[in-house]
Write a protein that binds this ligand. Structure first.
Ligand SMILES: Cc1cc2nc3c(=O)[nH]c(=O)nc-3n(C[C@H](O)[C@H](O)[C@H](O)COP(=O)(O)OP(=O)(O)OC[C@H]3O[C@@H](n4cnc5c(N)ncnc54)[C@H](O)[C@@H]3O)c2cc1C
Length: 245
């Protein structure tokens, strides 16, 4: 299994009124390192500063979805929120461009299936990570099936991938991004409320027969979304896949 040190080439911060920002880390895949992965998979990340509390000789390895697409050669990207002061996420909040961390993997069975007739992606917060990877892959490979992303967060400042999603919509008529904030400000031009409210509003456009729904977010929200998909939207269970953390 590949294990290597990667250098951070770019950090984008998405601040919130309380606490640390969410950060998107673009990293350089070292020359000669093969890191084959499928969109939806995750990597384990470690840093020498973060040791297991029970055994300081061992580094703590933590899981993060890969937000880049395998179609983006030579880079790996992660989208990470803060954690406890002794964990890897918090260490990553202190890092800057040019710093390095360790990567192992890939792992996971939350995988993009490229042979569906229609895709719906439901993301909240950092749950966008594996889903933006999938969308990047589908569009980069010229997939022409209907693809809709419903992306929700609290504050407008948490709107990650804003420019890229806008460009994707301009360049790919089959792709639509429905963006919703539950605590918008007066300037906010997108939806107000939760992802399920937005999904309900657009239900008439959905053919429920040949669809794959991918859900990712915090457990309490992801559970609500899957419940909504299965009971309110009446999607078949086998059409809905969820990753939660
Ligand atoms: C498949 C998968 C994909 C994920 N993808 C993402 C993602 O894309 N973005 C994202 O932000 N999160 C993601 N997560 C969630 C992330 O893995 C967790 O938030 C994880 O807890 C972060 O690790 P941490 O080291 O910061 O731990 P913390 O959040 O700090 O703590 C988690 C647990 O570890 C304990 N702990 C903390 N420090 C130590 C230590 N030094 N030694 C021993 N125990 C310790 C804590 O007490 C707590 O019980 C993902 C999780 C999974 C399972």
């Amino acid at each position: 299994m590949p294990e290597f040190t990667t250098k951070i080439t770019r950090i984008r911060d998405y601040p919130v009124p309380e606490g640390a920002p969410t950060r998107v880390f673009e990293c350089h895949l070292p020359a000669g390192v093969a890191y084959p992965y499928t969109s939806g998979q995750f990597a384990m990340i470690a840093h020498p500063n973060v040791r297991l509390l029970a055994n300081q000789a061992l580094m703590k390895w933590s899981s993060y979805s890969i937000s880049s697409s395998p179609e983006q050669k030579g880079i790996l990207e992660f989208c990470i929120g803060d954690g406890s002061p002794t964990g890897v996420s918090h260490q990553l909040m202190t890092m800057k461009e040019g710093d390095e961390f360790m990567v192992r993997g890939p792992f996971g069975k939350f995988l993009l299936d490229e042979n569906q007739e229609e895709y719906i992606f439901l993301a909240t917060g950092t749950g966008i990570a594996p889903l933006i990877s999938m969308i990047r892959t589908l569009l980069a490979k010229g997939n022409k099936k209907p693809i809709t992303l419903y992306f929700g967060f609290r504050y407008p400042s948490q709107y990650m991938y804003r420019e890229e999603l806008t460009e994707m919509q301009a360049n790919h008529p089959n792709f639509k991004a429905v963006i919703t904030a539950s605590r918008p400000d007066a300037e906010w031009k997108h939806h107000h409320g939760y992802v399920q409210d937005a999904l309900k509003n657009h239900a008439s456009a959905i053919d429920k027969k040949n669809i794959r729904v991918y859900i990712c977010g915090k457990p309490e929200i992801a559970e609500k979304l899957i419940e909504f998909c299965l009971h309110d939207m009446q999607f078949a269970q086998e059409h809905v896949l969820m990753e939660k953390w």
